[in-house]
Design a protein around this ligand. Sequence first.
Ligand code: NAD
Ligand code: UDP
Length: 314
Amino acid sequence: MRPRAVITGGAGFLGSHLCERLLVEGYEVVCLDNFRTGRPANVAHLPEIGPFRLVRADVTDSVSVPGPVDAVLHLASPASPVDYLRWPIETLKAGSHGTLHALGLAQEKGARFVLASTSEAYGDPQVHPQPEDYWGHVNPVGPRAVYDEAKRFAEALTMAYRNTHGVDTAIMRIFNTHGPRMRAHDGRVVPTFIRQALSGQPLTVTGDGSQTRSIQYVDDLVEGCLLLLASRHPGPVNIGNPHEVTVGELADLVRRLTGSASPVEYVPRPQDDPSIRRPDISLARRVLGWQPRVQLADGLARTIKYFESVAAGG
Ligand code: NAD
Ligand code: UDP
């Protein structure tokens, strides 16, 4: 019998890659998505790879899947700052009601549960790099709170289901990830810079560009997630690439890799934008045997190729 996985938010950027990898690993996959930021086209090719079902559903209302389920991966949530600031209440509901419903499904089916949490749980960190036992520095009434606090609540709920109902749970704290199937206009820094560089527009660097991020390629994230799923570890576990760059350096790298003559344009920095971010991945190395394999420039080259092919109608 094939194992059966349910992925909420499976028609989004990360979800579509996870669905694909689970099919390759021999799973039957049920994808639940309301298409708020994802799209059916992201998963249209999957039935050719294995048994795949796409169901339009809003996890905020309910999560119900007939038949046995071995794994529940809960990704449904707007993820880009532009998206979650546009849908603040929906984001809070996806993290709270949505997580409650997804955990309920895992409890009902006796399935392992993986929560897609985030490095944003650390907020604007005062410890660097960030280990999992750092509690974070989040403004609970700032604009980003709708995402950060929803994920922190989701983590607390996940631990409560583990401790109260014995659900086999895991929390994965994902750091900035990029790759094919990101939307060119989702507002995140990598697709924005690539789109601007390829179209000859100025690259909009916020502030003076000295804030840092540590950016991983999607294949590394997928590998880390599968290892966490296969383990019994509860997490939280950081899954991210410790290679840290300033946003200004990232803009220069994208301009170099695209061969673009676009200038840099400095624009205002959003409120509460974290100044530094880098994962401590000692735990993932130790308990999962995981570490990122794709170098920053190699990963960016792949994502650039994807956006070039989309622009060319490929
Ligand atoms: P995405 O926007 O591409 O995917 C999110 C998916 O969830 C979309 O398909 C969207 O339609 C779906 N969705 C949203 N609300 C829903 C709801 N109420 N019911 C059903 N479906 C819903 O974003 P992504 O980058 O693929 O992120 C996926 C998950 O990973 C999110 O939970 C995000 O918080 C987390 N994450 C991503 C990153 C990253 O860098 N990509 C970093 C940290 C955490
Ligand atoms: N950023 C930028 N230009 C853009 C979009 C984002 O300089 O067009 C900056 C943003 O202010 C932040 C960093 O890039 O400092 C990463 O932003 P992103 O939205 O990708 O993710 P975050 O880590 O903030 O959630």
